[in-house]
Each structure stands twice: as C-alpha cells, then as structure tokens.
Design a protein around this ligand. Sequence first.
Ligand code: DAH
Length: 370
Amino acid sequence: MTDLADLEAGLTGRVAAAPDTAALEAIRVEALGKTGAVSALLKSLGSMSPDERKTQGPLINGLRDRVAAAIAGRKTELEAAELDARLAAGRLDLSLPAPPRRRGAVHPTMQVMDEMIAIFADMGFALAEGPDIEDDFHNFTALNFPPKHPAREMHDTFFLNPGPDGERKLLRTHTSPVQVRTMQKTNTPPGASWIAAGQSPPIRIISPGRTYRMDSDATHTPMFHQIEGLVIDREIHMGHLKWTLDQFIARFFELESVVTRFRPHHFPFTEPSAEMDVQCDTSGGEVKIGQGTEWSEIVGCGMVHPNVLLSCGIDPDEWQGFAFGFGVDRLGRLKYGMPDLRDMFASDTRWLSHYGFSAFAAPNPASGLS
Ligand code: DAH
C-alpha cells in the first residue's frame, strides 16, 4: 500500500470507530485542520514539479474529499444517535404545577379614569390636559379667586421655591386651570403634545389628571385625581348641566337612572355654583348608589363665571357654559368600595392585586365604546 492509501485507511477506520461527536471533531482537526495531515499533503503540492503535481494532485484531492465525506457521514450518524439518547433519557412531567407567574393589575384609579373618559367620549367630549406644575394665574387668578383672598388658602397649596423672577409656581390644586388653558388656547406648552389643543368656543372638553393639596386622612391624600368638564356655547344652561351629570352618573354606576339634587354652593369660578348629590343608602355599612334615602356628594359644578370667560378673552355676552369637577378617587371608592383612600397610593402590591383590574377588561360595560 502506498503512504496515501495507508493514511486514508487509518483515518477512515478511526472515523468509523469514533464513539461520539467530540472524538470525531478531534479526528477532523487532526486530518483536515490547519496543521492536519491531509492539509500538509495539500500544501506539499505547491513545491512539486508540474509533472509530479499532475499525478499527485488528483490522488491527494481525492483522499481529502473521501476523508471529508466519511467525517460528514459519521457526524450525521452520531448526532442522530445522541439526539435519540437525549430523548430517551429526558422526561417532561406535565403533571408538575407551573411556577407562579406575577401579573400586574390596573390601578383602580386608572380603571375609573378610563371608565369616565369612555362615557364622556361617548357623549362627544374631547380630552384636554395641562401641566401639574402651574402658576398662580392659571390656578387662581384667571378662575376669579380674588388676590390675597382667603379662598386661595382653602386649597392648602404646595408651593415651589420662587424662581429667578420671584414667581412661586405651585402644584395645581385642581384641574380647573385646564379650563383656562383651553379657552386661552395655551394648553400646549412647547415640546408637549397635549391631546386637545386650545380652542375657541364652542368648547366641550374633559380634563383628567393629578391634583395636589396638603391634606392626608382616610378620605384625603396629598395627591389625588380629578376630571374637569367644560362646555361653552351660546345657549348652554343649568338644564344641560343637570342632564349631562345625570346621564354620566347613571352610566358610571350602571343604573337605568339616578335621583340627584343640586345643593347651592360657592366656587369663585362659577355662578351659580352647586354641588350635586346622588341618592344612596349607607345602612348596610357600604354605600349603595341609586337607592335609599340618603345623599352622597358627588361633583362640584356651576355656570362658568363671566369673569373667567373675560380672563380668557371670551365675550360673556355672546358665550356661556357650565363646568364641573369630579374627584376620581372618591368616585372609585363609591363604586368599588375601597375603605381608606390613603391605601390607594401606598404601592402595596397585595392591595393592588386585591382591588386591581385586568388590563384586558373593557373600560365600562355601560359604555357604547367598550
Ligand atoms: N375645582 C373644584 C375643586 O377642586 C371642583 C370644581 C367645582 C370644578 C366646580 C368645577 C366646578 O369646574 O365648576 O374643588
């Protein structure tokens, strides 16, 4: 036998006997790797005379091809055998309980916001937003709070440190400044993309958002949520306000109809002003809306004060309208019965998994949008 035939017989014999893919890989490197025996032969062709190369070339190349083919064939065999062995050894026990999966939940306030927005959107209200950090003008002055008047104090305002110009910004104490920003068309600060841009009348917007007051007990938290409503047109009156609120309340509480009453109140930015109460029953320890003989306060409202329209450049002899402000967290408590408002923002995941909602629930079964 020639040296080449010896080499080929040795290599193919070892390939056939390789017990696993690792051993086979070692043989491949030994034969065909950079410094392998077959590679060395191929390299030696370069230093042969043309005649010699003519005879040796086909022999060496043939050897290389056959060895490579033998290795590839054995590799396929070994891989199939190794897969069979793994499948035979491994067992999947489908009866084992799955590891627990932690699922997030929608916070009740966000759920209630979505429900409220869905109902008002269905009634044709657009969405407007404004900044949490406000100035005195939008939060108070334009809303007809007299300067230095105690009415300003009643909001327990969080003030920020004065800026270089001496102006003290504040955390908005209500969502009413969005009324002003909408009517003044200034609710689009540079770089922000609030949903509804400011507009001229007719106006029909709601404005949901966070509000802040220095207050903390079972029914107050320093940060809470409101939804403001504003409708401005030529002939809007209190009857429209009552109808809108009655419709909303019935749909929100998923009732055919509700009994409500206006109670005279005072807000600087409305005249006349009222609080609306809804009929309820608290005798069983929980609040049941739509039955009983008691009243639960549900929303502040009124006809927009002419001074507010004037501050926003709208002629009160031509335009008039109503406004209202709901406490979202309070409404959530009435509907879903959370006992202490402070728990809502304590970030306790046990509380959230108890009171939270599935992210896939429809916003409101009573809403035509759901
Ligand atoms: N801004 C009031 C508050 O925070 C709520 C409110 C009352 C808003 C009457 C209104 C309104 O727009 O007309 O207490």
